[in-house]
Design a protein around this ligand. Sequence first.
Ligand code: MHO
Length: 226
Amino acid sequence: MGFQQMAIGKIEEGLHQNGRPLELATLGMGCFWGPEARFGSIPGVVRTRVGFAGGTLPSPTYRRMGDHTETVQIEFDPLMISYAEVLRGFWQNHYPNRDNYKGRQYISLLHYHTEQQRKTVGIIREEMELQLGEPIETEISSYSQFTLAEERHQKYYLKRYPKALEQTAELYPDPAFLTDSTFAARLNGFVKGFGTKAGVLEEIGQWSIGENEKTYLIDLFSTMKW
Ligand code: MHO
């Protein structure tokens, strides 16, 4: 079928606009490549992006991030994964009390986006402190802004597989399309060792997209050469 005009944004439209409001989480847990892959593999996570947050320097870049922190921002469907589960994933997958050898670049940082999120943070933080056996030193504050990192940092691990990317060229005629794509988030998680082939295929089978589009993505993923 003519996927020329069916680039990924069009295919995934149904996923992003199924009438349910999505929620945001903004998390700093060290080098942002890893957490993007981890969260990108979770069903219910619609988008992942990496960038800079928490500082004051205007227009930070990777080479000049000033007082900002590497962060991953995820957009998720709260009916499929709760914010509490996101927070457990956050605290169980980095050590929040590490010495920060590079200023604020890799600090443990958490921005809540709503009053409800602020309350949930308080509850899960206590739960995680009991698990960890020490007070958590994550810097917690209200979300103010997030600057998208350079394109080369988005879906970083997936970009290490040019052969696979070539096979998705119809979906991603412009590499910038990877940044907002759910399918790219799953691929990026998969190459980093998160999720299983069967799991990804099963999930795509349940996506609220057209049948032809489903078949296309399922065929593509199951026959992909890495
Ligand atoms: N792995 C890199 C850090 C990159 S991350 C985007 C390093 O070891 O310097 O900060």
